[in-house]
Design a protein around this ligand. Structure first.
Ligand code: GTP
Ligand code: MG
Length: 288
């Protein structure tokens, strides 16, 4: 049963009394909203419903929707035509960074961004990472700029920015090596890469995107905190929404890290990515 189904069935059998709000808070915790936020939401909902004399469970659910819409954040991430756009893709190991880089390049190509994109293989740490990105590039017809394994990721970005200028490319999407958020030394390396990009392309529209596996739940907050301390994050991309993910962390990220969601990944194929819509998300979350 999906989380939305559980919420729907909860409101289907709920009786409007104080216990409803407590039970709802527990359910929101299970939905990965986080305990503090879950109780904040249920308290505010109770207050609002009391004030407006809302007592029908379905009306309470609609009020909850409007409350959640005010709490989440979405970012429409579209490259600006006529400028150099740089998206640096970050995250812990295995969350889907490399796949997301390929999906994004494909997505913008098919959704009308006419200028060519370049994929930068700045994961020079893991063996086979460069080949993995090259294969995506070949399949999608997108240029991949790479050096060998062990190269300086900053140097790869430097090359990619040169290549973008030479090719008239409008978008550089840079894959980076997975690193555990608990490894401060590795996370701090990102600040170096970040400086190279800012110094080398001060005119560019530069965005740092944190990829999070939707199934990690509350640990995503720790990841966002650690990466956010190293570089100024612009948005998160939530992958693996097709699996058992409950999704409440999208709300927790907005509250705790002020971090909007730009995209969601919904499978392993190149087309399995969509811009994050807060309205659609809340409907799914509440089973509406
Ligand atoms: N079901 C599903 N699988 C995904 C999604 N995104 C990525 N994957 C899969 O997750 C696995 C890891 O993806 P990668 O893109 O290699 O992850 P990564 O973050 O680059 O991994 P490292 O470079 O090792 O840190 C692959 O099997 C992908 O196909 C998604 O949205 N849904
Ligand atoms: Mg990778």
């Amino acid at each position: 049963m999906s989380f939305g189904d559980r919420i729907r069935s909860f409101f289907g059998r709920a009786v409007a009394n104080d216990a409803l709000f407590d039970e709802l808070a527990d359910l929101l915790v299970e939905g990965d909203v986080g305990a503090q936020l879950a109780y904040e939401i249920s308290d505010e909902l109770k207050e609002r419903c009391g004030r407006s004399a809302i007592s029908d469970p379905q009306a309470i659910r609609r009020e909850l929707k409007s409350l959640l819409l005010g709490r989440g954040r979405e970012l429409l991430l579209t490259p600006e035509p006529g400028r150099l756009n740089i998206y640096l893709v970050l995250g812990v190991n295995g969350v889907g960074k490399t796949t997301t880089c390929a999906k994004l390049a494909h997505y913008y190509g098919k959704s009308g961004f006419a200028e060519p994109s370049i994929l930068a293989a700045a994961d020079t740490f893991r063996a086979a990472a460069v080949d993995q990105l090259r294969i995506h590039g070949e399949r999608l017809g997108i240029r991949v700029v790479a050096q060998g394994q062990g190269a300086d990721p900053g140097a790869v970005l430097w090359d990619a920015l040169d290549a973008a200028r030479a090719d008239g490319a409008g978008l550089v999407i840079a894959d980076t090596a997975g690193r555990m958020h608990t490894r401060n030394d590795l996370v701090r390396e990102l600040a170096k890469i970040d400086k190279v990009v800012s110094a080398r392309a001060p005119e560019a529209v530069y965005r740092r995107l944190l990829v999070l596996d939707s199934t990690t739940g509350q640990n995503a907050l720790r990841q966002a905190e650690s990466f956010g301390n190293a570089v100024q994050l612009d948005a998160a991309i939530l992958t693996k929404q097709d699996s058992s993910a409950k999704g409440g962390m999208a709300l927790a990220l907005a509250k705790e890290r002020n971090l909007p969601i730009a995209f969601i990944g919904t499978g392993e194929g190149y087309d399995d990515i969509s811009p994050f819509s807060l309205d659609t998300f809340v409907d799914g979350f509440l089973g509406l």
